[in-house]
Design a protein around this ligand. Structure first.
Ligand SMILES: Cc1cc2nc3c(=O)[nH]c(=O)nc-3n(C[C@H](O)[C@H](O)[C@H](O)COP(=O)(O)O)c2cc1C
Length: 363
């Protein structure tokens, strides 16, 4: 049985431990989605992670609707990301880019034009824009031509990620964004070959994975899902058979690793989780499975000791504990994060959380 400090292989990436940094949007890029030296410092501080998964990163102008989130569709963004990947590698770490199309969750103020989704729907609640919160607007249903173009955008963003020095990519298939809007029947009402049956709802993600695998090699590709939580209006009436079929598809495609945001308690957004889905995925999928949500050191070690999953990913704990791996090893307490600075921009609450040795020196 693997220990959380044992090495593990995710496709072509060799992880020295099984503590992953979960993707965390921190809104520190400029308005053109260009990463910078501040972000390089933040990620390099967290290089002890077995693998850093970057904050969600737009594959296209159309797909990015979060203020100050980064992109990976143009040269300036690639150059900005090189600062980050170089810094992480110099610090001894590894980093995958989380590739993001937000679908109907892109407000026209940010994305340019009407948002796009599997079906003509409007997301509930409010979008963050540069002028504050605004209600979402209705998305139009993607045409077959749109789908072809978006699949191409994923492949190009993956190539750009490799050019920018990332060790691989993770497709963002979780949290109610575009891939999830195709997968789950609470948002996909299409009558064509991309909607209806499970097989049809798997078509979009299958095409994206195949195109990205062809572009950069499937050994560099992972994907994230959030199968047991309602996310931003997206849920499924029967998630177990859907995700079991998806697991078989991932196996056929040779996708080497997946990350599941599998909540055990209500999320910060108030979503109450349904039954865990990882037990339905494991029998069909032989790649590495990382699980996320609400873990601390002891609960992560206990989960690993069950011998079912291969790694644990930590989100909020990595915000406030840059040396999380060392703290888990030492059984040291974890600092709480300051929610007010999660998306605030600037260095405060971003690169100023202390390591254990800094805390000891200050004591
Ligand atoms: C500030 C913040 C930003 C997040 N950004 C992303 C993101 O960009 N992509 C993503 O897939 N999940 C994102 N999440 C979800 C986290 O990756 C993670 O699933 C969640 O925080 C639960 O894990 P934790 O209990 O270890 O924090 C974000 C969460 C927080 C708190």
């Amino acid at each position: 049985m693997a220990n959380i400090f044992d090495p593990v292989t995710f496709g072509s990436i060799n992880l020295p431990n099984r503590i992953l940094m979960a993707p965390l949007t921190r809104a520190r890029s400029d308005r053109n989605g260009v990463p910078n030296a501040l972000m390089a410092e933040y990620y390099a501080q967290r290089a002890q992670a077995g693998l850093i998964i970057s904050e969600a990163t737009g594959i296209s102008r159309e797909g990015l609707g979060w203020p100050n989130a980064p992109g990976l569709w143009n040269r300036a963004q690639v150059e900005g990301w090189k600062l980050v990947t170089d810094a992480v590698h110099r610090a001894g770490g590894r980093i995958a880019a989380q590739l993001w199309h937000m679908g109907r969750l892109v407000h026209p103020d940010l994305g340019g034009g009407q948002p796009i989704s599997s079906s003509a729907t409007t997301a509930p609640d409010f979008a963050y824009t540069y002028e504050g919160k605004k209600p979402y607007t209705e998305a139009r249903a993607a045409t077959r031509e749109d789908i072809k173009r978006i699949v191409g955008d994923y492949a190009q963003a993956a190539r750009n990620a490799i050019t920018a020095g990332f060790d691989g990519v993770q497709l963002h298939g979780a949290n109610g964004y575009l891939i999830d809007q195709f997968l789950r029947d609470g948002a996909n009402f299409r009558a064509d070959e991309y909607g209806g049956s499970i097989e049809n709802r798997l078509r979009f993600v299958t095409e994206v994975l195949s195109a990205v695998g062809d572009a950069i090699g499937m050994e560099k590709v992972g994907i994230r899902f959030s199968p047991n939580i309602y996310s931003q209006g997206v849920e499924d009436s029967d998630p177990i058979p859907l995700f079991a079929a998806l697991a078989q598809r991932l196996e056929e495609l040779n996708v080497p690793w997946i990350e599941l945001r599998e909540a055990h308690r209500p999320t910060s957004a108030g979503a109450v989780p349904t039954a865990p889905v990882s037990p339905a995925i494991r029998p069909f999928y032989s790649g590495a499975i990382a699980v996320n949500s609400d873990y601390d050191g002891p609960s992560a070690r206990a989960r690993m000791a069950e011998g079912i999953v291969d790694a644990i990913s930590f989100g909020r704990p990595f915000i406030a504990n840059p040396d999380l791996v060392e703290r888990v090893r030492a059984g040291a307490p974890l600092n709480p994060g300051d929610e007010a600075t999660y998306y605030s921009g600037g260095a405060a609450g971003y690169i100023d959380y202390p390591t254990l040795s800094e805390e000891r020196a200050a004591a």
